[in-house]
Design a protein. Structure first.
Length: 644
């Protein structure tokens, strides 16, 4: 795992270019602490900077930027190609010499011999890279299928900049860095900045499964975008080629598929382990990891003082049964509070999924013993795990028999009591009928009950601030299209529509951002076995009821897991990777939050409607409403803004 940055511009001269690249690579060291390098053309038109975390091929043969044997191509690359050995064998059979044993050398040789399109179609892995063709004077940027690895790009003035982090781009002397208020609107709405946009005007994220070619033509840079894999197109194709076996056969085939993926992803020349929460996804990953290796897997989890948020006992029970070498670290409130001021620098652009905190903390714990950690990320999207996939259709069906006015009235009645009051009133319900944090969930239910249709219901489950987002300075006709817009025109079941929409938006821009930045902040490479396109295509070829059936999510994965872990160890209400942020904001974080939300500061900066923000803050402090998620996005932006 690494980081890279660079530029493509008019001539600067090699000395100036190298000085700029040195500053850019300095901002990447957290992603690659093992080595670094820079390269630029003789005229300084194009430059590449790279910092390396050595995982496969730890010697000099993995040093980057890497030049091809012919001297024509130069590569800067971030990620892992899991099937690099197979690609190497194919190249060598074709008479192509691969210089070095690293996956970087294999990727470079493949690009030179096969070209970009075939190489990308053959590569199985997580990656982003920049490839310079010195013969055609062409720069190519490419990104993996699901967007596991980041790649920003865009113009600042006449200079074209690109890289793994926005921080590295800010080191370039042409950097302007004007905040895109419409991107800010989207951030406050979703807690992340949706692709392809970034928080800065003129800077975008490269779409997953695509590549971009740039070359000089008629005195200007021309761009050509291409797609080599599309999740939506893949879903359509897979649904048209339905699996012919029964449910038991599907579980068998799933087991073979996941074990094959794990054998590839467990290749590393450094210590490797896994995150283990004790839930279905991580338990499935670890149980099958333990099957394909003869040594105990190193597993890691964190616990908290707040018992309703502590899942460490479940993780320990699974670890004990599987025989892993398990590490649990109980963290205090002070550990959490000490991390929060560091979040803006870790997450590079504003990011407000509060599970960023435990994800970063467990990464810190794992890095003490391993350099690579596997996780269950992506399991909810591909197997159908989110609660909304089960409850959404029920609420939608109730809406057909219950007028909108009645549902709105019911929603208001649910908000008559605070979440903590609901928790107290319903504390004697049997656990089988009472999910964790039931008061908070009832308030979430109140938000979605008035939904008019399936898309409106989905939007209400994934957005914050309702229809009154307090961002100032937007165009009156503001609307940006989403990669998931096309999904809602399809005649699939509601859970399938939500799963597809999440795969195109929430997965790359929230889940994968969270895990990548958390791991990279401490030089830890994270891998997600469930995000293999072959597994994805297999799952979408199955009947929908193999994943969600009779109110049970992840049916297929659960039945695979029950083969290796007793059901009672993993069956419990889904809680997510959460923290009592709302309580912190009323308690130990209150002074910090007051500073970020100071009305004088808000008015001077001019990004937010001060009255709307302060009203939400006062409502939250009173305990009348839990506005933690609305406020957390504002707080994370304010903290990020202060760090710039």
């Amino acid at each position: 795992m690494c980081g890279f940055a660079g530029f493509f511009t008019e001539s600067r001269g090699s000395c100036e270019a190298k000085a700029i690249l040195s500053k850019m690579v300095n901002a990447l060291r957290h992603r690659g602490p093992d080595s670094e390098g820079v390269w630029c053309s003789d005229d300084g038109v194009v430059g590449l900077a790279h910092s390396r975390l050595a995982v496969v091929g730890s010697g000099r043969d993995g040093h980057q930027p890497m030049r091809s044997a012919s001297g024509r191509f130069v590569l800067a690359y971030n990620g892992e190609i899991y099937n690099y050995s197979e690609i190497r064998n194919r190249l060598e059979k074709a008479g192509v010499a691969v210089l070095g044993r690293s996956d970087t050398a294999v990727l470079l040789a493949a690009c030179e011999h096969w070209g970009i399109k075939k190489t990308l179609e053959c590569a199985v892995g997580m990656f982003a890279f920049a490839l310079w063709d010195d013969f055609d004077k062409c720069l190519t940027l490419a990104r993996d299928r699901f967007g596991e690895k980041p790649l920003y790009y865009g113009y600042q003035g006449r200079d074209f900049l690109f890289g793994s982090t926005l921080t590295s781009l800010r080191m370039h002397p042409s950097w302007i860095g004007s905040i895109d208020r419409q991107a800010l609107y989207e951030f406050v709405r979703y807690d992340y900045v949706p692709g392809p946009f970034s928080i800065y005007e003129g800077i975008k994220k490269l779409r997953p499964g695509s590549w971009l070619e740039l070359r000089w033509q008629d005195g200007r840079l021309s761009e050509q975008h291409e797609t080599y894999w599309s999740a939506l197109s893949s879903i359509k194709y897979s649904k048209g080629s339905l699996y012919s076996g029964d449910f038991s056969s599907a579980v068998d085939d799933l087991e073979v598929c996941v074990e094959t993926i794990l054998r590839d992803q467990m290749r590393a020349d450094v210590p490797l382990g896994a995150f283990l929460s004790g839930g279905v996804d991580s338990s499935a990953v670890v149980s099958l990891m333990q099957r394909v290796t003869s040594r105990p897997v190193k597993t890691f989890t964190i616990g908290f003082d707040e018992t309703t948020y502590d899942e460490s006992a479940s993780a320990e029970a699974v670890a004990s049964y599987l025989g892993t070498t398990h590490t649990t670290v109980k963290l205090s409130d002070s550990d959490v509070l000490d991390l929060i001021p560091k979040l803006p620098s870790i997450y590079d652009e504003p990011f407000a999924d509060a599970s960023q905190i435990p994800t970063t903390l467990v990464s810190q714990i794992a890095r003490n013993e391993v350099t690579v950690a596997l996780s269950g990320d992506g399991g909810d999207e591909v197997f159908g795990g989110y609660n909304r996939y089960v409850w959404g259709p029920r609420i939608l069906s109730y809406g057909k028999f219950c007028p909108c006015l009645a549902r709105s009235a019911l929603a208001k009645s649910l908000e008559l009591f605070t979440p903590s009051t609901w928790d107290s009133l319903l504390r004697y319900l049997p656990n089988s009928f009472k999910p964790r944090h039931i008061g908070e969930k009832l308030h979430k239910l109140a938000k979605i009950l008035p939904a008019k249709n399936s898309k409106d219901l989905y939007d209400r489950t994934v957005r914050f601030w309702g229809d009154h987002i307090p961002v100032l300075g937007l165009a009156n006709d503001y609307r940006r299209g989403s990669p998931s817009d096309a999904v809602w025109q399809l005649g699939w079941s509601f859970p399938e529509l939500m799963m597809a929409a999440d795969t195109l938006t929430y997965l790359p821009d929230d889940i994968l951002v969270k895990i990548d930045r958390a791991g990279m902040s401490v030089g830890l490479e994270t891998r997600a076995p469930f995000l293999d396109h072959r597994l994805f295509e297999f799952l979408w070829s199955l009947p929908a009821e193999y994943r969600i059936s009779n109110g049970q999510s992840k049916k297929l994965l659960r039945h695979l897991l029950y083969r290796h872990v007793p059901k009672h160890l993993v069956e419990r209400p889904k809680a997510g990777f959460a923290l009592p942020i709302g309580q912190y904001l009323r308690g130990p974080l209150r002074d910090w939050a007051e500073y970020q939300l100071d009305p004088v500061r808000l008015r001077q900066e001019g990004y937010f409607n001060t009255s709307a923000v302060r009203t939400a803050w006062e409502q939250h402090c009173s305990g009348r409403f839990n506005r933690q998620y609305d406020l957390w996005s504002i707080l994370m932006f304010q903290a990020w803004l202060s760090s710039q």
